[in-house]
Ligand binder design. Sequence first.
Ligand code: DX5
Ligand code: ZN
Length: 216
Amino acid sequence: MSTIVSPSLLAADFANLQQDVELVNESAAEWVHIDIMDGVFVPNISFGIPVCHAINRHAKVIQDVHLMIENPGRYVEDFRKAGADYITVHYEACRHLHRDIQLIHSTGAKAGVALNPHTPVEVLTEVIADLDLVLLMSVNPGFGGQKLIPGIYDKVKRLKALIEKSGSKALIEVDGGVNAESAPKLVEAGVDALVAGSYVFGSDDPKETIASLSQL
Ligand code: DX5
Ligand code: ZN
C-alpha cells in the first residue's frame, strides 16, 4: 500500500516556484497541493489564477487545488482552465454546496469538499455519494506550520464509516500539521492522501521526506 502525498506549495519558495514544482515532479508525490486564500474566508492571502497557470506549465503530477475562498463557484471554471484536476471547496463557504459540486464536475474536474475543524462530517451525508474527495482540515485554515488538532484521528474514522455506509468512492485527505509523528497515525485511521507543506519543504531533503510519507 502506498499513500498519496500532496506537497503543499504554500511552503515552497515563491521566488523559485518552477524549481519546487520540478522537485515534486521528480519525487514520489502523485499530487501537488495548491492553496488559494482570499483574505475573507481565511485571514491570509496566498496567490491566484495567474500563478496557477504558471504552475500548470511545469507540473506533471495531479493538481490538487484547495479553494479557501468565499463563494468559490464564481471561480471554478477559471481554476479548471488553470490546470486543476481536483477542485476542493469549503462546506462553510458554499451556500449551495450541491450546485457547486455539480459545477466542478461539469468542468471535467474531480470534486472535493473541505471541512474546517469545527464542522462535523455528518453535514456531508446528502452529498457524499457525489464526491471524489473529502479534505479534513487538521488545523484552522489560513497558515502553514501549525500544530495538528488531535481530534482529527477520530474524525477520519467517522468519515471513513460514512463513506463506506454510502458506497461513496471519495478519498480522504488530511491537511495541516502532517509530519513524521502524525502521518502514520493518520494513515492507520484511514487517510488516503496526506497534504504536507512545512514538513516537506522545511526538511533537508524534501524528496526523501516525500518518499517516507508515500511508503506509509
Ligand atoms: C493551510 C493550508 C495547508 C498548509 C499546510 O490552511 O490549507 O495546505 O499548506 O501546511 P503545513 O503542512 O505546514 O501544516
Ligand atoms: Zn490546503
